[in-house]
Design a protein around this ligand. Structure first.
Ligand SMILES: [Zn+2]
Length: 337
């Protein structure tokens, strides 16, 4: 099969590799779409992926073969590659003993979704409802991140909420908040195409942080108090500080995106308002099940996030990952293996 193999820092090669064979408890998935995640870009950019490994953890496809002990799947079943509940006796996957759970599809990093096929334990994939399109299904993993963040936060029905950053995670957080009954979702995003997607997805207002004073706008729209809840989905240098400035007394800032550099903070803004900061990382099987439910109910829209320009072939992987190393105006790139 064809696969995009890491060959060094910022170097990916398209190679013919043996198609993996499922063990007795495993399934083989023929990949339909595989999303390029910010974390793939970071691993590519900083040389954090092992040479010889295949990245990619946001994918959907069809079961192509099942191991002898697997009873719950048959060939042709439509699945998302991850999110299944770990059976008794198998611990929840984490990024290391000191880190929180992160349920992606793979047992071992190094054999991922940037390939024509992927193999995984039979319990790991999730069944896709018939009415959920492949374009929506490929957003399941980032949507699970958004659901996890909203469920960890202090969000309550009727809240006015701010989402900083309208990349895939921001736009999915926005949709989850809307589905959960937010009174208003204000989005701050400088890139025009991302701002437009937030608008199409029903944001109450979209601010341009370059030309507008976002903090003042939020305070104005919340009766002079500030928003009860802010999600930092940007991981840009100024956004965490902005979050502390626009949140109301006793409010909460939930940090979803990861900054890979130091971010400046004026703690007086945080302490003076007794703001709570919450971190959210990864997703648990229950978050993924909620995602599948939301998608089945039509509450997660992929149209404004994935357009015809989103799809790339293997030959565009190197160029696309390189381009994504600097912030872009496009929203979600998807490999069609
Ligand atoms: Zn991801």
């Amino acid at each position: 099969m064809k696969a995009a193999v890491i060959r060094g820092e910022q170097q990916i090669e398209i190679e013919d590799v043996p198609t993996p064979e499922p063990g007795p408890d495993e399934v083989l998935i023929k990949i339909k779409y595989s999303g390029l995640c910010g974390s793939d870009v970071h691993r590519f950019q900083y040389g954090m992926a092992e040479p010889g490994s295949i990245m990619g953890h946001e994918f959907c496809g069809e079961i192509a073969a099942v191991g002898a002990n697997v009873t719950e799947w048959k060939e042709g079943d439509r699945v998302v590659g991850g999110g299944g509940s770990n059976p008794d006796g198998i611990p929840r996957p984490t990024s290391g003993p000191r880190y929180s759970a992160r349920t992606v599809g793979f047992k071992t990093p190094g054999w991922g979704g940037f390939a024509e096929y992927a193999v995984m334990d039979g319990w790991r994939p999730l069944k896709l409802p018939d009415n959920v399109s492949w374009e929506t299904a490929v957003l399941a993993e980032p949507c699970a991140i958004a659901v996890h963040a909203v469920r960890r936060s202090a969000f309550r029905v009727g809240d006015q909420v701010v989402v900083l950053g309208a990349g895939p995670i921001g736009l999915l957080t926005q949709q989850v908040l809307q589905a959960g009954g937010a009174r208003a979702v204000y989005v701050s995003e400088p890139a025009p195409a991302r701002a437009e997607a937030a608008r199409k997805l029903g944001a109450t207002e979209v601010f341009d942080p370059v030309s507008e004073d976002v903090v003042s706008r939020v305070v104005e729209l919340t009766d002079g108090l500030g928003a009860p809840l802010v999600f930092d989905c940007a991981a840009a240098k100024p956004t965490l500080q902005q979050g502390f400035e626009m949140v109301r007394r006793g409010g909460q800032v939930t940090v979803v995106s990861m900054a890979w550099e130091e971010v400046p903070l004026l703690t007086v803004e945080w302490i003076g308002r007794e703001v709570e900061m919450k971190a959210s990382y990864g997703a648990a099987p229950e978050d993924w099940q909620i995602v599948i439910g939301l998608m089945e109910q039509g509450k997660i829209e992929s149209g404004p996030m994935i357009g015809k320009d989103s799809f790339i072939g293997f030959d565009q992987m190197q160029a696309t990952l390189t381009r994504l190393m600097t912030p872009q105006d496009d929203i979600q790139s998807v490999l069609v293996p």
